[in-house]
Ligand binder design. Structure first.
Ligand SMILES: [Zn+2]
Length: 368
């Protein structure tokens, strides 16, 4: 079925799409051939499955779709565009990954799928499982609440609350059990692979003329790595991908610059979808960003709030997490790091409607 996942650490290869981790413990990677993307291979369908021919391990008859992808690329100002990926079926860009993995493995699931996420990935996985008629079990931290949890339950997924750290939640979700298939976005190479479609869409929507810069909010690294792989597959010239994080949660920013990083005791940030302090894909992110000549940026809470209000004030209501891409762009323009004439694309990942009401209230109260 044309599937090969490779371990970036020891080189071992696997042809089983149910594998999410190497025997050596490293996450796996699905390599693409640089520059091998062919425009002739694009199918005329208004969803991300217009690129189905670049996913040889997905059989067309197995595609589980809710109409994900092919989201608008909107001109925001003369040289900046926003990729409206929060307009996906569940309100987040993670639908690309969920649609891909469930399409790839649906034939193999006899029991249920599992995912560890209290956020967008959990909601996406629950939605696509429902669409495929597969049972989903979503593992979340014990005391979590909010719209995303309600959304996960509305899709009919079983919610399992786990006491302890975020790592404990992951461990429970991955723990082998009869009939369980782990599809978690933070580990699974197929989930991440679906994110390649973002790169194809951005470049196609600009008339196959790649932008100079792409700003991507980064937490577990799913979107960032998918976009980098897609760009590599499209071939040179590569846009500069800017990995955007917050001052509160910035493990990639620090590792990339060779600086130590210690997360604060309490993760207080309005960008509440960017809270992964120890992403399993951290080493792979650093390596791929270097290989593709990408860079890193961070912004503070005030800058994120300003960007959120700027977007909403122009009719675009996103999660504050999504506004981190605009905030990083604004910061770099101000510092003179973006050349005049550079064309930039800012990825908007999640809908404002999914934000915790307490955070929206705080943002509205603080507006001047
Ligand atoms: Zn290995």
């Amino acid at each position: 079925m044309g599937y090969v996942a490779r371990c970036p650490s020891c080189g071992r290869e696997y042809d089983d799409p149910l594998r999410f981790r190497c025997d050596c413990g490293s996450p796996l990677d699905i390599p693409v051939q640089p520059g091998e993307f062919r425009r002739e291979g694009v199918v005329d369908t208004p969803s991300m499955w217009r690129y189905v021919n670049f996913f040889p391990y997905v059989e067309k008859r197995n595609i589980v779709s809710l109409g994900e992808g092919w989201t608008p690329l909107l001109r925001f100002e003369s040289n900046a565009y926003v990729k409206m990926d929060f307009l996906n079926p569940t309100g987040s860009f993670k639908d690309r990954g969920a649609s891909t993995i469930i399409s790839a493995i649906r034939d193999r699931v006899t029991g249920f799928i599992s995912e560890d996420s209290s956020g967008n990935a959990g909601a996406s996985t629950a939605a696509y499982a429902a669409r495929a008629g597969i049972k989903a079990r979503i593992y979340v931290p014990a005391n979590i609440s909010g719209h995303k949890i309600d959304q996960i339950m509305a899709y009919g997924a079983e919610l399992v609350r786990v006491e302890g750290s975020r790592e404990e939640v992951s461990k429970e979700a991955m723990r082998p059990e009869q009939g369980k298939v782990y599809v978690g976005h933070a580990w699974h190479p197929v989930f991440r692979d679906g994110m390649r479609t973002l790169a194809y869409e951005i470049v196609e929507q600009l008339g196959w003329n790649p932008p100079d810069r792409i700003y991507v909010p980064v937490s577990s690294g799913t979107g960032l790595l998918g976009i980098l792989e897609g760009l590599k597959h499209l071939g040179e010239p590569f846009p500069e991908v800017v990995a955007c994080q917050t001052e509160v949660v910035s493990p990639l920013y620090h590792r990339f610059r060779g600086e130590p990083y210690a997360p604060p005791e309490r993760l207080e940030t309005i960008a509440d979808a960017l809270i992964v302090t120890k992403p399993p894909l951290l080493d792979i992110m650093v390596e791929k960003l270097r290989e593709m000549r990408g860079s890193v940026e961070i912004v503070g809470e005030g800058e994120i709030a300003d960007a959120f209000h700027e977007l909403a004030g122009r009719g675009i209501f996103v999660e504050p997490t999504s506004a981190v891409s605009l905030a990083c762009y604004r910061k770099q323009v101000e510092m003179g790091e973006v050349d005049r004439g550079d064309r930039a694309v800012l990825l908007l990942t999640g809908s404002g409607l999914k934000t915790k009401p307490s955070i929206i209230k705080r943002l509205l109260a603080g507006r001047n």
